[in-house]
Design a protein around this ligand. Sequence first.
Ligand code: GCU
Length: 723
Amino acid sequence: MRPFASCRSVVACCVLLAAASPRPAVEDGYDLWLRYRLVGDSGRLAEYRAALTQLVVEGDSPTLRAARDELSVGLAGLLGSAIPGADSVLRDGALIAGTPATSRLVAGLPLADDLRRAGDEGFVLRALRVRGRQAIVIAGNSGVGVLYGAFALLRLIQTDSPLRDLAVVSAPALRLRLLDHWDNLDGTVERGYAGPSLWDWAHLPDSIDPRYRDYARANASLGINGTVLTNVNADARVLAPAFLAKVAALAAVFRPYGLRVYLTARFSAPIELGGLATADPLDSAVRAWWRGKVDEIYHVVPDFGGFVVKANSEGQPGPQDYRRTHADGANLLAEALAPHGGIVMWRAFVYSSEVPTDRVRQAYDEFVPLDGAFRDNVLLQVKNGPLDFQPREPFHPLFGAMSRTPLIMEVQITKEYLGQDTHLAFLAPTWEEVLRADTYSHGAGSTVARQIRGLAGVANIGSDRDWCGSDFNQANWYAFGRLAWDPGLSSTAIADEWIRMTFSNDPRVVGPVQAMMLASREAVVNYMTPLGLAHQMARGHHYGPGPWVSGGRADQTSVYFNRADSAGLGFDRTASGSNAVGQYFPPVRNRFASRDSVPETLLLWFHHVRWNERLRSGRTLWEELLRHYEAGVDTVRWMERTWGGLEGLVDAERFHRVQGFLRIQDVEARWWRDASVAYWESFSHLPLPPGYEAPAHSLDWYRQLRCPPDPRKPRCETVMPAP
Ligand code: GCU
């Protein structure tokens, strides 16, 4: 019998040998959720060893090689010894992977229906008999489908799942699943809290950091299929030949992992790089310049994905500088990209202090009239909420409102407004909340998830050894990728997987850590911006409380958003106020507009409420506000205690790291609560209820504070004054 098509060579043997050697035990976070430690917590090891005795990956593309390498390394680690590759005999326990085109074994199986459902990027996992042998099959229509299937199988083992009756068909719900890096060419990262940029531009393209491959592996393990390398506040130089060569080098590392490269395009690049006098989108020289530039990019990166553009927002250049519309601007780039199959993701995060209306109305007002004016390869990239990645916002009213323009939703994985590196805040519930929100744009059931073609996440990745600045921040990268693949997944299920892969399958760990993660985001909402408040962070760096921030550009201040006065608190966005509520479809509009039906979680987002007005709970706004701040602080204390109970059940390194960060979060949650309450008290003049822990210091004391010292935090000025 002829050996299987892909009995492979020296490289595979080296990989297997490397995998068979003991792995370092240090839990420094580098391995993320791909730790592949020996399956130890359950009795399933024997079952897995019997079910997986031979690795038969048929096909020889770089992507199939990546799948084989991952399975070799992963299974060797999980099962404790390397699994032999293909030889002339198919054995019981064969793990067979390939596409019908690369694998005679896969082609001979009755998987046509499953493969049809799997589509271009999906995969099939099946336990079945192949040539009389009990086997497990990973099949896809493409190499990347097989690679995703390989990661899915490893995940099942990592999470202690049975393989016996395996029958999975999985296909991504969204076509675009992208990380947006806000990385600058000088190595700094806008809103990055995990060290300098991962892209070592100075040494590229000649020197390739092995981390690039691990970055691609981690993304492929989640099905993330694109990466925007540069900041939305773009630098035109990335489009110059010297940088494009570096971009091409990164793209070459990422390609086998199904990860396409995208760039941000600075609208004024024709002037800055091309020496033209204008960047007017209707100017023929400008159009020719972009066409030439895009051709040049595809020459070095043939599978280049396209551009993300921030235009006429927060000082960025754009088509309005030439009295043209956003559609004119987007179409200019789309026209250049179209022949190559590239796309433009044009950001809807557009607002101006010169426009007199409520900031949260402006994107809708700007873009809805342009619906239908964009070329086919333009997507409008809309943040999850109409303001700016707050701990809680209602969903953006543009979802469902642009029936002729495909939309992509942008969320922020990096926790700019949620305690940055240190605070534990698991963001899956935030994203789940918006994905499931019903826009009613096409009747009931028109959820946000059904209105979008893609999900883009502002990355929280830097060159810190642990990638994300904290152990728990890794869970947000994980959750983002999982939700982009399947927006129907629950936060609970995602947390469960991540904990098992990252920490342990021990129920004494899984249960408490899951409870902490699921409570964490609401805790942050409660101690920072309860009841629908938003944007109460200190100016600029957005770390720590600053409800008093005023002056300068009004629509970036806290007082603009909180509208605190002696009567009450909150922004009236009903018909008597800015009427932003009118941008939602009924019945959402009516639900938000009415004090009787607005969810309490969004009360102050839509309504100005008197301090002593009774809410549905029967308590006054003042009492309810205090209760929420207190609940936030209490939850953090509870998280600290819960984590403390895990000593000895999780490794000492991570135990102590997390414990230290929870201590910081505890202090800072109280700082948030006390500073905020002291400030609101100066308007409400109401007493604190008996038993309520009064702010530890005066309002003036809190107002003097600057960002607590941490050299990696942006623009930290001074240390906290002594009490
Ligand atoms: C926020 C953030 C900025 C960023 C902007 C954007 O305002 O603070 O740093 O540039 O979002 O999304 O463009």
